[in-house]
Design a protein around this ligand. Sequence first.
Ligand code: IMP
Length: 191
Amino acid sequence: MDKKLVFASNNEHKLEEMRSILGVSYFIVSLREIGCFEDIPETADTLAGNALLKARHIKMYYNYDCFADDTGLEVKALNNAPGVYSARYAGELKDSEANMRKILKELENLPDRTARFRTIIALILGGKEYLFEGVVEGEITKEARGNAGFGYDPIFVPHGYNETFAEMRADVKNKISHRAKAVEKLKAFLI
Ligand code: IMP
């Protein structure tokens, strides 16, 4: 296997997920493994913009084929907020509990609790740029439920299910999630 692809992340959980899906055909390399330790700017105001910023940084400064992802929770009644600002919705501390409380408060008197997670993956391969999107539609609960997962998982119930992402087994979530769908598209393109 000689095809090397940098994934612009140091998140072990995500790297593991990518390796299990793409690992048969590609050697997936982390930022640490290429010696990239700087904070890559994520200053765009769209998910695609941020994913591209990260992938272009790797291509420009390290000259590797690479891909990067960016994810947001989009709540319909909040004009698709927090979207690209999901990680720091309640402030720079990136506190998931505070982020969830803020959404529950904002939705308190609003009847429409429709929301979706959206992931964009930007791939730079052979000097060309490609984008892949994965979406999972669902509803925001009235209160947080479950301990698994991370981020907004305890307040999101995907359509067709009764449990929140945080109440589901990881393998169930990882089959239907926004990220899984985007990675499956990337895989279909690459392999
Ligand atoms: P990232 O682009 O994957 O770093 O995601 C940005 C933010 O979106 C995270 O900090 C989380 O708050 C949220 N997020 C991303 N993916 C998920 C998920 O699968 N479940 C819950 N929250 C998520």
